[in-house]
Design a protein around this ligand. Structure first.
Ligand code: MLT
Length: 276
């Protein structure tokens, strides 16, 4: 793996995968995962594109900015902060524009990139994500998870989320994949989980941004996605001018890992189409 440690303006270091050359693809992972979720896409695209994927602050090999003592809560890391990190990362890597592929929380961040750093986005892939903000109940759930993660660590996220991230078929058909996803979640720190959960709780509703997306866009969703189901994805795609829309048969929320061949085919067909 072509790994780099990049020191950001505020002193934190992000671990970043950067491999290949040509037009850049920037992959933004979901919660509470890390760049390893994109391995099947690294394999597919690194021979034809420049593939960049950070561990977002607080996840994988990247540390969180705010150290907190026992019993204290970290400051939320907002989706805007993650987006600013992504723009700074592009600066540091000398990349002017990238096609941004955001999965779930990575999609919330991609919307903020569109809002705050539109000139850096050559195209937008919204994978298993949504434009809406959390409901009040959803926010309360995030606060509960943040408090529990500070107390008991990342296992809290595994208990709450592992089965929802996967299609119901996956644990039986591909137990090794379910185990890999669990390990990825356990790599996150309690503080990283808490800070991002609080950041997601406070994120803005991006529905009004959708008609204003003027770059090529692709919405992809797993057929069995229990977190951001196909109905949600379809209405998001319909609100974006000329967005392409694809459902990955047999995929759950993590369709890119569960059905990598189909996901990669959809993504590479679309990339070919928009480069014509
Ligand atoms: C993710 O996969 O990033 C999460 O499911 C996002 C969320 O909890 O809203």
């Amino acid at each position: 793996m072509a790994l780099k440690q990049l020191r950001m303006k505020d002193g934190i270091e992000l671990e970043v995968y950067d491999e290949g050359s040509g037009a850049a693809l920037l992959f933004l992972h979901g919660f509470p995962l890390h760049k390893g979720m994109w391995e099947p896409q690294f394999t597919e695209f690194k021979s034809t594109r420049r593939v960049v994927a950070p561990d977002l602050r607080g996840f994988g090999g990247s540390r969180n900015s705010s150290a907190v003592g026992p019993g204290r809560m970290p400051e939320p890391v907002t989706m805007a902060q993650f987006a600013d990190d992504a723009a700074e990362l592009l600066d540091k890597l000398g990349i002017d524009k990238a096609v941004v592929i955001g999965f779930s929380m990575g999609g919330y961040i991609a919307f903020e990139l569109m809002k705050r750093h539109r000139e850096r986005v050559a195209g937008l892939v919204l994978a298993d994500t949504r434009a809406g903000a959390d409901t009040e109940e959803g926010r309360a759930g995030r606060r509960k998870m943040a408090a529990a993660a500070m107390e008991r660590g990342p296992v809290v996220a595994v208990e709450a989320m592992l089965t929802k991230l996967l299609s119901p078929k996956t644990p039986d058909e591909r137990p090794e994949l379910a185990a890999a996803v669990e390990r990825m979640m356990l790599d996150a720190s309690g503080a990283g989980i808490a800070a991002a959960a609080l950041g997601m709780a406070g994120r803005s509703d991006m529905t009004e941004l959708l008609p204003d997306i003027q770059v090529p866009a692709l919405v992809i969703v797993g057929e069995d996605d229990a977190i951001t189901p196909p109905e949600t994805a379809r209405s998001m795609a319909e609100a974006i001018p000329d967005a392409a829309y694809a459902v990955i048969a047999g995929g759950g929320h993590l369709a890119n890992m569960e059905r990598p061949a189909e996901f990669n085919r959809v993504l590479s067909d679309w990339l070919r189409e928009i480069s014509k």
